[in-house]
Ligand binder design. Structure first.
Ligand code: PEP
Ligand code: MG
Length: 585
């Protein structure tokens, strides 16, 4: 029996058998096979090449039906490459001669080939090198076993163990018998962790070496509240955790049964609780949990869940469905927040050195106007079916807001010419996620219709701590006085100018932070749907005056330790059960 400590990022306890997933991120380790297994290794590689070819043919056919000839030609080129013996034969030779694993031989030879193309100098060959790298990733993913394939045959509850999980792999997990996951890397507000909460999967990340300590088939307990993974537990511990799991489910059911209660403080201040969603169908969960609408729809998951980029109609259908499911309630749709840990890196020949400071979010969209326009046009078309608000992520310069508004105007004129109806008064707001936007909140408040504070990124950029890096997870703390000072000043500015302001980062769903946020003047909070009942219960136990006095006290502290201890004392007084729930994650 062994207990591995990590960061509990998604609440709940789950028990199941370990299933280890290999990683597909291009960092293939040098490993060898025994000489007697070489022919099996070559056969494995041939099978995966064939699977990759079949997959590409399927994608090409799909895209040809849409009439996209240029994309179809790219897939033809990929097929040509997979049939090219000057690329494929050296892979076989390497396995045969050097007894290396297929993954290593593939990675080496594809890289060599891409380098040769790049050295030819012209832009056309550089583009082809990008295709070669893309293809390499595809072949490697088949060698690793696609997540879904790997999960297909398993019976009974499974706990997935991986070095890292990408957001798209995580999306695939909930379609199988997966009851929890644990990873070596990751942090509380990484997108994989956010997805775990959305999917209701208990999860522990940042375990450093869980992939080494756990063997396939081991019995595991994942405690998402305590942030611990127990490997091969004895019977007594197993029984104790089974009991804890049942109690936790009962608590959740009791909280849910109060979901219909009004969200109002004891002294009568209404607080709007909204849901953060990644897929339109989650709107049902927002409503069931007593949410008043959607405060953040992360549309980029449309890209993460599919092998090909979504068309304007794919976007439109998702937004129309979200509008339908919202029944006229608030629905804030965020434009694509791709980049950093989401999607773009795997499509680059060389990953960005500092992806979180790179071409992400609104920057990525403005640098890829055709892609951006596809989404914005779909949003405008969908707006004819019901009220929406559009929110821009990671805005740093006011020009980014202005440029987007100009694109929306042009698209509106286009739609007018085509006699396509749309809402001419869609509120455009921004997320405040960078210190620059926070410090310039007044300028933004004059040009945007609403502000939403994205504390996940605001903490990362204010404290210069990568939100997904387990090595600095201890430094990532929303209770840091510098972060709190920024939040306070954004809220004050928005209220002064008279526009709506909300908080939609993870702290909005953490009972510990609710009294403080209310004390700072926040009246709208947006969180994972499953967190709404516990937050509502805290709200119903508060009085605004107490919260304001707490905020004043907290404002005088100079360390996050002091802040946290004060917030804990306050929550212990109001709702000790909520404190127990918020301690783990
Ligand atoms: C945030 O940064 O707080 C936020 C809500 O956006 P995301 O987590 O999608 O980056
Ligand atoms: Mg963000």
């Amino acid at each position: 029996m062994e207990a591995i400590k990590g960061i509990g990022v998604s609440s709940g306890i789950a028990i199941g058998r370990a299933l280890k997933l290999s990683e597909v991120d291009g960092r293939v380790q040098f490993r060898t096979v025994e000489a007697k297994n070489v022919s099996t290794e070559i056969a494995r590689m041939d099978r995966c090449l064939q699977e990759a070819k079949d997959q590409i043919v399927r994608m090409r056919n799909k895209i040809t039906l849409r009439g996209d000839d240029s994309a179809a030609r790219i897939f033809d080129f990929h097929l040509e490459l997979l049939g090219d013996s000057t690329l494929i034969q050296p892979i076989r030779d390497d396995i045969q001669r050097e007894c290396v694993i297929a993954e290593y031989a593939v990675a080496e030879n594809f890289k060599k080939f891409a380098d040769q193309l790049r050295k030819m100098g012209s832009e056309m060959f550089v583009q082809k090198a990008i295709d070669v790298i893309d293809l390499e990733r595809r072949v490697l993913s088949h060698l690793a076993g696609r997540t879904t394939d790997r999960l297909a045959g398993v019976k009974g509850p499974v706990v997935v163990i991986a070095h890292e999980l990408t957001p798209s792999q995580t999306v695939e997990l909930h379609r199988a018998h997966v009851v929890a996951f644990a990873t070596d890397g990751g942090g509380l507000t990484g997108h994989t962790s956010i997805l775990a909460r959305a999917l209701g999967l208990p999860a522990v990340v940042g375990c450093t070496k869980v992939t080494i300590d756990v063997e396939d088939g081991d019995t595991l307990i994942v405690d998402g509240d305590g942030g611990v993974v127990i490997v091969r537990p004895d019977d007594a511990l197993l029984a104790r955790y089974q009991l804890l799991a049942r109690e936790g489910q009962q608590r959740q059911r009791a909280l849910r049964s109060d979901a219909g209660q009004p969200s109002i403080t004891r002294d009568g201040m209404p607080i709007t609780l909204l849901g953060n969603i990644e897929f339109p169908d989650e709107i049902d969960a927002v409503m069931e949990n007593g949410g008043a609408g959607v405060g953040l729809y992360r549309t980029e998951f449309l890209y993460l869940a599919s092998e090909v980029a979504p068309t304007e109609d794919d976007h439109y259908e998702s937004y129309r469905r979200a509008i339908e499911l919202s029944h006229g309630r608030q629905l804030i749709i965020r434009t694509l927040d791709l980049g950093a840990d989401k999607y773009t890196q795997v499509h680059l020949v060389e990953a960005e050195r500092n992806p979180f400071l790179g071409l992400r979010s609104i920057r990525f969209c403005l640098a890829n106007p055709e892609m951006f326009k596809t989404q914005l046009r779909a949003l405008l078309r969908a707006s004819a079916h019901g009220p929406i608000k559009i929110m821009l992520p990671l805005v740093t310069h006011v020009m980014e807001l202005r440029q987007t508004k100009m694109i929306l105007n042009d698209l509106g004129e286009e739609l007018d010419e085509e006699n396509i109806p749309f809402d001419r008064n869609i509120p455009i707001g921004i997320m405040v996620e960078t210190p620059a936007a926070a410090l310039m909140a007044r300028v933004f408040a004059n040009e945007a219709r609403f502000l939403s504070i994205g504390t996940n990124d605001l903490v990362q950029y204010t404290l210069a701590v990568d939100r997904g890096n387990e090595r600095v997870a201890g430094l990532y703390n929303a209770a840091n006085p510098a972060v709190l000072m920024l939040i306070k000043s954004i809220v004050r500015t928005a209220r002064h100018v008279g526009i709506d302001v909300s908080v939609c980062g993870e702290i909005a769903g953490q009972p510990l932070f609710i009294p403080l946020l209310l004390g700072m003047g926040v009246r709208t909070l947006s969180m994972s749907p499953g967190q709404i009942p516990a937050v509502k219960r805290v709200v119903r136990g508060l009085e605004i005056e107490q919260c304001e006095s707490l905020a004043r006290r907290v404002g005088s502290f100079d360390s996050d330790r002091q802040v946290l201890s004060c917030l804990r004392d306050e929550l212990r007084r109001i709702d000790p059960e909520a404190l127990a729930g918020s301690e783990g994650g």
